[in-house]
Ligand binder design. Structure first.
Ligand SMILES: [Zn+2]
Length: 138
């Protein structure tokens, strides 16, 4: 089944496979933050508009600003605690926020057999998606 949002075949099974690897092996888990953020950006029907924009900012902080997941987690926690993040994160109606349906890279470009290749591929996928998402109106 071709995914209407990222254009890959059965991306959800691959995503689940990736998460299973990341939770069971720390070498894979090193890029967990990128995997989730990038996958969510490509599947905007799961998010509210604010949620999508938030994920895009988050990915930019990871990739462009080089922030570590723990620093970002603390920022998120502070924002939530202070009531700054008052918006709903999840989509209310399941409609895609963006109309893009074909991407240069998808989760299918990520090799699973070796942790080093896996981390490099996730990073390349994340960079490519961020680049393409930057130009989109949400
Ligand atoms: Zn997909």
């Amino acid at each position: 089944m071709t995914c209407p949002e990222c254009g890959a075949d059965d991306c959800k099974s691959r995503f689940d496979e990736c998460l299973a690897l990341e939770f069971s092996d720390l070498r894979y888990g090193a890029v967990h933050n990128l995997t989730v953020c990038t996958y969510m950006l490509q599947h905007s029907s799961q998010l509210s508009r604010e949620g999508w924009l938030y994920e895009r900012d988050l990915l930019r902080e990871f990739i462009v600003d080089g922030k570590s997941p723990s620093v970002v987690r603390q920022q998120v926690k502070d924002a939530v605690d202070s009531g700054k993040r008052a918006f709903k994160f999840k989509s209310a109606d399941g409609q895609p926020i963006i109309r893009k349906t074909s991407w240069t890279k998808t989760i299918l470009d990520v090799r699973l057999n070796d942790p080093e290749a896996y981390c490099a591929d996730v990073a390349a996928w994340a960079r490519s998606v961020l680049e393409e998402a930057q130009g989109l109106e949400a």
